[in-house]
Design a protein around this ligand. Structure first.
Ligand SMILES: Cc1ncc(C[n+]2csc(CCOP(=O)(O)OP(=O)(O)O)c2C)c(N)n1
Length: 583
């Protein structure tokens, strides 16, 4: 039997266990859409291609599977570029199918032609232009393989119209492709060396990253912490891999990290970095990052080893394998001596007590941090939280406690405003039984607000909590701190009525303006079926603290409050990081 290219595409997607496509049609993908019309395939029509790629990305982050999006050529394809770069920076496995003009017209500036493989080369893990139907199935399989293997990432497949219309005999379809050899296993001597370093440490700290979640290694990480008793902090991308309610948890480090996570990194003598790449939002001034530490860096991507921070021992491996081997070696050698780290743990406790995460509650204005805390209480920590970018994102990272993997979805590397809501839609499709909340800023939500139509049309009951401060808050914060309060073009007080916007799209809109209204509105919003937009009017000029000035040492934090007199005596002979400057 003969199959068309479009039929081959859908057949291959089924073989890859794809159950949902986020897409938007157009001229050159009409043959594919016509095939979708005939077949039972779950396709969600978004309202903007950026929505499609972010939804596919959110779906991948929540499900651990590959997300798929399908768009037309030209503007359809270019509209996905931000989302592709976003997935690339955060190592998220997505496959993007773009339509292309017929092969004979490629390079002629044909209608709606762009060189999308050229445009996306720097922000895809790999991309393909399929010129012959004979290569179609194997190319698609290869794309999925590349997207999910090793360090995951986005892969684009460009499909010229004539390729989706061409036909091929079913028996001539080739599904095979060459795979590169898998990763080498970590060397046994490196594991032994790591265990030796772990046993010798007096002031250890673990920093885990998104690689632990991508490598589905949360169980192994938890066991590693149990076996070592080491305190643990995690980057924004890694939140949820280790339970945030555990006493050994230090919160997030870096620019808006907790005081105690940043102090622990600065004072430690051993830093075990797992599945993280030392992003500058984490390290800030690299020379002052863990200056006295021996560093063990475990990462799947050899390129990230020694790129920013030099390690004393590197293990190129996925997190699951490496932590599994470390756990086994630790188990075989008996418990790690806790006496060695006793003073260090006391020091960490003192730091925790000295500067906990805190904000001042007021009676006449809603504090954004209070909204997140309330949301945590009302959802009992069981919601899946997506965020936009800005202050809302940082407060969501700081004030909601993540106990489970894949429950925090946020644009880490690229910091893409407009990501959160469509990503929440994708996450809700992946997890229909979960409460999915997008924590938004009033600026960010307006970047992809059109996806309310998608959410309402398919009854994807995402709850949106807008921390409405009438500013581009995070930029305003920088203007306040570094530009003498000159709030140049960050005033967002001209805004639509979000309640009416919600209603216009067929969703529910609610508003809270005063502290005493907050709980009831959040409760009602969470309980109301379907899509709900909650416009929460918060304190306009609140800042996110702690804050490390760009380029400063992470021990040098603005805390937003007077630092209490230091009662905790230094425990080490060297420079006590507590005596370094604070603002
Ligand atoms: C697409 C995009 N444009 C610009 C920025 C720069 N930026 C970072 S945070 C921010 C302000 C976000 O404001 P809002 O969404 O209202 O959130 P808030 O910080 O007030 O919580 C801006 C403009 C960005 N990150 N992404």
């Amino acid at each position: 039997m003969k199959l068309t290219g479009s039929q081959v595409l859908l057949r291959t997607l089924r073989r890859e266990n794809v159950d949902v496509i986020f897409g938007y049609p157009g001229g050159v993908v009409l043959p594919i859409y016509d095939e979708l019309y005939k077949e039972e395939f779950r396709h969600l029509l978004v309202r903007h291609e950026q929505g499609a790629i972010h939804a596919a990305d959110g779906y991948a982050r929540a499900s651990g599977k590959v997300g798929v999006c399908l768009v037309t050529s030209g503007p359809g394809a270019t509209n996905t570029v931000t989302g592709i770069a976003n997935a690339y920076m955060d190592s998220i496995p997505v496959v993007i199918f773009t339509g292309q003009v017929p092969t004979g017209l490629i390079g002629s500036d044909a209608f709606q032609e762009v060189d999308i493989t050229g445009i996306t080369r720097p922000c895809t893990k790999h991309n393909f232009l399929v010129r012959r139907i004979e290569d179609l199935a194997s190319t698609i399989h290869e794309a999925f393989h590349i997207a999910r293997s090793g360090r995951p990432g986005p892969v684009l497949v460009d499909l010229p119209r004539d390729v989706s219309q061409a036909t091929i005999e079913e028996e001539d379809i080739r599904d095979d492709f060459n795979t590169l050899n898998g990763l080498e296993k970590p060397q046994q001597e490196d594991i032994a060396k790591a265990v030796e370093m772990i046993r010798a440490a007096r002031k250890p700290v673990i920093v885990s990253g998104g690689g632990v979640l991508l490598g589905k290694a949360s169980e192994e990480l938890r066991e590693f912490v149990r076996r070592t008793g080491f305190p643990i902090t995690s980057t924004l991308m890694g939140l949820g891999a280790y339970p945030g309610s555990d006493p050994l948890w230090l919160g997030m480090p870096g620019m808006h990290g907790t005081y105690y996570a940043n102090m622990a990194i600065t004072g430690c003598d051993l830093l075990v970095a797992v599945g993280m790449r030392f992003d500058d939002r984490v390290t800030s001034k690299v020379d002052a990052f863990a200056p006295d530490a021996q560093i063990i860096h475990i990462d799947i991507d050899p390129v990230s080893i020694d790129r920013i921070v030099r390690s004393h021992l590197s293990i190129v491996s996925d997190a699951k394998t490496a932590l599994g081997l470390l756990n086994a070696a630790l188990a075989a050698g008996g418990p790690v001596p806790v006496e060695r780290t006793r003073e260090w743990m006391e020091q960490i406790d003192a730091w925790k007590k000295r500067v906990p995460l805190r904000f001042s509650e007021e009676t006449d204005r809603i504090k954004p941090q209070q909204v997140i805390r309330k949301l945590y209480e009302l959802t009992k920590g069981e919601a899946l939280i997506a965020t936009e970018v800005g202050q809302n994102q940082m407060w969501a990272a700081q004030y909601y406690t993540y106990d489970h993997p894949h429950t925090f979805i946020s644009s880490g590397g690229l910091g893409t405003m407009g990501f959160g809501f469509p990503a929440a839609v994708g996450a809700q499709v992946a997890c229909p039984d979960k409460t999915v909340v997008d924590i938004a800023g009033d600026g960010s939500i307006q970047m992809n607000i059109q996806e309310l139509a998608t959410a309402v049309q398919y009854n994807i009951p995402v709850k949106i909590v807008i921390l409405n401060n009438q500013y581009l808050g995070m930029v305003r914060q920088w203007q306040q701190m570094f530009y003498g309060r000159r709030y140049s073009h960050t005033d967002m007080s001209y805004a639509p009525d979000f309640v009416k916007i919600a209603e216009a799209y067929g969703a529910t809109g609610l508003r809270a303006s005063r502290p005493e209204e907050l709980e009831a509105v959040l409760k009602k919003g969470l309980e109301t079926p379907g899509v709900v937009v909650m416009d929460i009017r918060v304190e306009k000029e609140e800042c996110v603290y702690p804050m490390v000035r760009p380029g400063a040492s992470i021990a040098d934090m603005e805390l937003g409050v007077e630092l209490p007199a230091d009662k905790a005596a230094p425990t080490n002979g060297g420079e006590d990081p507590q005596t370094r400057s604070f603002n």
